[in-house]
Ligand binder design. Structure first.
Ligand SMILES: Cc1cc2nc3c(=O)[nH]c(=O)nc-3n(C[C@H](O)[C@H](O)[C@H](O)COP(=O)(O)OP(=O)(O)OC[C@H]3O[C@@H](n4cnc5c(N)ncnc54)[C@H](O)[C@@H]3O)c2cc1C
Ligand code: SF4
Length: 510
């Protein structure tokens, strides 16, 4: 029977059991489509990285002897729509069975279900063999529970997969080393430059432009630095183990004006496209730790394992538990627009200028920049979660809805009403000052709440708490902040709110 197997752009798992045997009657289908480039405006580096990784993947599979039908973005016969492409290929290649891998996005899940229902040939769906947990594992784990704490899920994953465990106890005696992982970087140790592949990508950039795809952000066409093959992705893991792991945990939450990547791994793109599996990354890192225990402390490695085994799997579980309703949530009833500087980086707020500028230049910002600078600002200015989601989904190289949306709408914007975060991640300028050197050269003064030069985060923070106090009145994790709010004298609060309204009405110029 002649069958066709679809491989989507984020399903580049060359270790999948599909590829173990070569069958001349199996045709693999891959397509670069406008359907995928145009549902939101993406960063140019994201489009380039996806297409180049797909092309490399198809070449590596073909070199093993598999037959691939690959449609490039500028192919004149490209129909740019999954349904049309599948129908066309079934006819052209006289396919008798259609097979696909479980997509990770709800949008594609619905589309593929609709497509296969209408097909006249049989179809079958397979697991991607990528994640530790199944789509429904988190839902089953929390069945009947009122809270869905990541920590509870993570500890269970550690035990279940016996990772960083000594017997039934966590390695190092603690499950959580977060208190060790909050250092501000002050140049104590040198930060190795990120691993770069110095690739010339001008040809594909041209193809993307000529295909009429509109993008955001900038690209260094002669010096592209993201991994676009499994071999390069493995090099990044190796680089992380040898150069970055020993300080990963310590400086996980810090920010610095001169450092874009600090000790972060830059593995999210390789993981989310499935060029790497979370299992091989975690096992390699733990193995490296066991062999280098005299140099690497448990807090560094636990901090890293928590991100992938904990957060990444947890976020995916929440997505599949809560979709499709999740995409509509706006618990705090926020409706403002993002200011234009989200697309230019032109603002006087140094922390925002750096975090947004870096996002536009590198298609990357690390977790704290995404959460406590950009996300914090969007929430304090009470932005519509749809606006925030679209920006995050477009700008980051690793943004795929299943991981982007719960992080943005849930963790950072509290639009899910507290499913992921038990309290909103908001702060005044003092948190940013504590964790970075960003405030030193800022136009604004981080210590001031009032006046033209006062840090915008300060008045926006107290105004946010005041405006949302009814919503949070039963939230005991917010009690301390709400008590501090109550202690502000009415006339002082009125002045803070006035400064905040002024800022909100002039967002384009702050
Ligand atoms: C508002 C917001 C939006 C985000 N959007 C995305 C997104 O679209 N795609 C994405 O992959 N991550 C997202 N994250 C999580 C995190 O910021 C990125 O995974 C990380 O910055 C990627 O850089 P890195 O590979 O250097 O990560 P490292 O700091 O080196 O961490 C190692 C790995 O852990 C995983 N990880 C860490 N935190 C998370 C998390 N919260 N959720 C899922 N995986 C995590 C990633 O796979 C990452 O590669 C978001 C976080 C926030 C707060
Ligand atoms: S002073 Fe305020 S706006 Fe400026 S960098 Fe610090 S936190 Fe950001």
């Amino acid at each position: 029977m002649k069958k066709m197997r679809l491989i989507l752009g984020d399903q580049l798992n060359s270790e999948h059991s599909w590829f173990k045997e070569i069958d001349k009657d199996t045709l693999y289908l891959m397509a670069e489509m406008k359907q995928e480039t145009d549902y939101v405006k993406h960063h140019i580096q994201k489009v380039v990285a996806f297409f180049l990784s797909m092309r490399n993947f198809s070449k590596s599979i073909a070199s093993l002897g598999h037959t691939i039908h690959y449609i490039k973005i500028d192919d004149t016969k490209n129909l740019h729509n999954l349904e049309k492409i599948i129908a066309n290929c079934i006819e052209e290649f006289e396919i008798e069975k259609f097979e696909y891998l479980l997509p990770d996005e709800y949008r594609l899940e619905l589309q593929l279900k609709t497509i296969v229902t209408a097909l006249e040939i049989p179809s079958e769906v397979f697991d991607t063999e990528h994640f530790y947990s199944s789509r429904s594992e988190l839902k089953e784990f929390f069945e009947g529970k009122k809270t869905f704490l990541m920590e509870t899920f993570y500890r269970n994953m550690r035990k279940k997969h016996h990772l960083l465990m000594s017997g039934s106890q966590p390695e190092g005696g603690l499950w959580n080393f977060d208190h060790d992982n909050r250092k501000k970087y002050k140049g104590e140790v040198p930060i190795p430059k990120e691993k770069n592949f110095n690739r010339d990508v001008s040809e594909i950039t041209e193809q993307i432009k000529n295909s009429g795809i509109s993008t955001i952000g900038t690209i260094k066409e002669k010096d592209f630095n993201w991994p676009i093959s499994r071999a390069e992705s493995l090099e990044i893991v190796d680089y992380f183990c040898n150069h970055l792991l020993k300080h990963f945990g310590d400086y996980e939450d810090t920010m610095h004006t001169d450092e874009k990547f600090l000790f972060h791994s830059r593995l999210s793109f390789a993981l989310n496209t499935k060029m790497l599996s979370p299992k091989e990354v975690i096992e390699t890192v733990i193995d490296f730790y066991y062999k280098n225990k005299d140099e690497i402390s448990i807090s560094q490695v636990e901090g890293f394992v928590r991100q992938i085994l904990g957060w990444r799997e947890y976020i995916r579980g929440i997505y599949w538990k809560e979709m499709p309703d999740y995409a509509q949530r706006n618990a705090l009833d926020n409706h403002n627009k993002l200011p234009n500087f989200f697309w230019t980086g032109e603002t006087k707020m140094n922390c925002m200028k750096l975090a947004i500028g870096q996002s536009l230049d590198e298609a990357y910002a690390h977790h704290i920049q995404r959460l406590m600078v950009i996300g914090n600002f969007a929430l304090l200015t009470q932005t519509d979660p749809n606006e925030v989601d679209n920006w995050y989904l477009g700008v980051y190289i690793d943004a795929i809805e299943w991981v982007q949306m719960p992080n943005t709408r849930g963790m950072s914007q509290y639009a899910d009403g507290g499913i992921i975060a038990t309290k909103p991640y908001v702060s005044s300028g003092s948190y940013i000052n504590k964790m970075s050197n960003n405030c030193v050269k800022c136009h604004y003064n981080v210590k001031e709440k009032l006046g033209e030069n006062a840090c915008p985060f300060n008045s926006l923070y107290w105004n946010f708490l005041d405006e949302k106090k009814e919503y949070f009145k039963g939230n005991h994790r917010m009690a301390m902040m709400m008590n501090l709010l109550k202690k502000i004298k009415p006339e002082d609060l009125a002045n803070i709110k006035e400064r905040s309204f002024e800022l909100m009405n002039n967002l384009e110029t702050i």
